[in-house]
Design a protein around this ligand. Structure first.
Ligand SMILES: Cc1cc2nc3c(=O)[nH]c(=O)nc-3n(C[C@H](O)[C@H](O)[C@H](O)COP(=O)(O)O)c2cc1C
Length: 180
């Protein structure tokens, strides 16, 4: 994996891919599937929606750290598996054969099989709406990963895969931050 300039990290989340969010409570690492995400600022600031009904919640709230990993389409069954069992009774890294990589800023591991990973710290929790606001600290990408298409959840148990990409950079230049 190699670093991606932090000012480009929002482009990993803006298309709305299915994500895996890793946490660590200091003894055990855990991972959950999250599809409710949002970019809130280029800096980058993100929001995810989750809450105390998940085991990951306690580590997220107490350590205020996580990693957002972006799996490609060939991980679809892993994504579903991770999102349908709990770290309460399952070592998901072992069960799903995930390879940990160490980041530079936070304790939760990066997932080597993923296309990209963003190290984040929690900067706010809006409990009333179960929104966790994250600041990206560092971003990593795997340029050698052959499968580059990401997954998009419809919400009814079906998924859409990335399709054609259109380039309108020049027309949008006035709205794009420097460096993207
Ligand atoms: C496709 C998919 C998308 C999901 N998206 C979210 C989400 O956006 N927010 C959330 O809280 N849970 C979401 N979940 C559910 C959690 O991933 C699930 O409850 C998981 O088992 C929590 O793991 P944990 O108990 O180890 O934290 C999703 C699950 C799947 C399969």
């Amino acid at each position: 994996m190699q670093t991606l300039p932090l000012n480009q990290a929002f482009t990993l989340i803006e298309p709305g891919p299915v994500t895996l969010v890793t946490t660590s409570d200091g003894r055990n690492d855990n991972v959950m599937t999250i599809t409710w995400t949002m970019v809130m600022d280029f800096s980058p600031i993100f929001a995810i929606t989750t809450g105390r009904w998940n085991h990951s919640w306690t580590a997220l709230r107490d350590t205020r750290e996580c990693v957002i990993a972006i799996p490609p389409v060939d991980m679809i069954d892993t994504v579903i598996g991770i999102g349908t069992c709990s770290g309460v009774d399952t070592d998901k890294f072992r069960k799903f054969g995930l390879t940990r990589a160490r980041g530079g800023y936070v304790r939760p591991p990066l997932i080597r099989e993923c296309l990209a990973n963003i190290e984040c710290r929690v900067i706010d929790i809006v409990e009333r709406h179960s929104i966790v606001v994250l600041e990206g600290l560092a971003a990593w990408i795997d340029p050698k990963r052959e499968e580059r298409r990401t997954l998009h959840a419809v919400g009814d148990g079906t998924f859409i895969v990335d399709g054609e990409r259109f380039d309108r950079k020049e027309a949008m230049r006035s709205k794009l931050p420097d460096g993207v």
